[in-house]
Write a new protein. Structure first.
Ligand SMILES: C[S@@+](CC[C@H](N)C(=O)[O-])C[C@H]1O[C@@H](n2cnc3c(N)ncnc32)[C@H](O)[C@@H]1O
Length: 247
């Protein structure tokens, strides 16, 4: 079994809403918006994808997150699912997980009343570094996590499965392939017909790639100091399905 190398170039950083993020000193990138990690998670991901509303309506909800990182978006989403007693199945893909103890410190600061959920998440991070796909793990009868420690570019995704996709890669400058048309086509194939992809990135190159991949996109006002964020949905049903490369 291969041990995935944890990312040790990380420091905790306080964002403007008081919640913590991680700062990657090697890439000069933060894991969440400097304007507010909690505000970003609430607005860009839970609210804009409609996940928050689905959970309030007790609709079973499948979320895929590209770039699971610390697991904070998972904790925030699971918190809502647990409060609503609504079924949530959350798949996270992460290529280079942060050290679990550091993630745990961040999670407990950002979600101080959710100690058991924070421990579940950081234990999942530790486990997935030993076994890249541990399969579904259940926090409670409502909340299931499938955390996959792998390169999202290479991981096969099921067709028409996800109600929401949180695209939370590093910036297009440092992580260009996760914003490319070929990867977005793979996500377009994996999302349900009425599913919503959400992200913080609004760059022109990314918007063009979304269109090329078969998505319609829409800009929204960003939370706190961020001007704009984005959602996208499948533009039609007639686009050719994503064809994985054959070797
Ligand atoms: C902006 S951070 C994600 C923050 C995370 N959502 C959170 O709540 O902590 C981007 C993440 O994408 C991961 N990543 C970068 N390239 C990847 C790839 N090809 N496949 C999977 N994850 C990748 C990085 O290791 C990093 O953890």
């Amino acid at each position: 079994m291969e041990l995935v190398k944890p990312n040790n170039d990380l420091q905790l950083l306080t964002t403007k809403d008081g919640s913590y993020t991680l700062y990657d000193t090697q890439n000069d990138e933060t894991y969440h918006s400097k304007f507010g990690a909690k505000a970003e998670s609430d607005t860009v991901f839970l609210l804009n994808t409609g996940v928050s509303k689905r959970l309030e309506q007790l609709l079973p909800t499948k979320v895929l997150e590209i770039g699971f990182g610390t697991g904070f978006n998972f904790v925030n989403t699971a918190h809502k699912a647990i409060a609503c007693k609504s079924p949530l199945h959350y798949t996270g893909i992460e290529m280079r997980p942060p050290p679990p103890a550091l993630a745990n410190e961040l999670l407990k600061h950002n979600a101080p009343k959710l100690e058991a959920l924070c421990d579940f998440t950081s234990n999942s991070l530790a486990r997935c570094q030993l076994n890249s796909e541990a399969g579904d793990t259940h926090f409670d009868p409502f909340t299931t996590l499938n955390l996959i420690c792998a390169d999202a570019l290479e991981w096969p995704l099921p067709r028409a499965t996800y109600d929401a996709i949180y695209l939370d890669a590093f910036s297009i400058k440092n992580n260009p392939t996760l914003w490319s048309a070929s990867f977005l086509q793979k996500l377009c194939n994996a999302i349900k017909v009425d599913g919503v992809l959400a992200t913080y990135c609004v760059s022109r190159t990314f918007r063009d790639a979304l269109t090329d991949a078969g998505f319609n996109w829409q800009k929204h006002p960003g939370p706190m100091g961020k001007r704009e964020v984005l959602t996208a949905s499948r533009s039609n049903l007639l686009k050719p399905a994503y064809q994985p490369e054959t070797t």
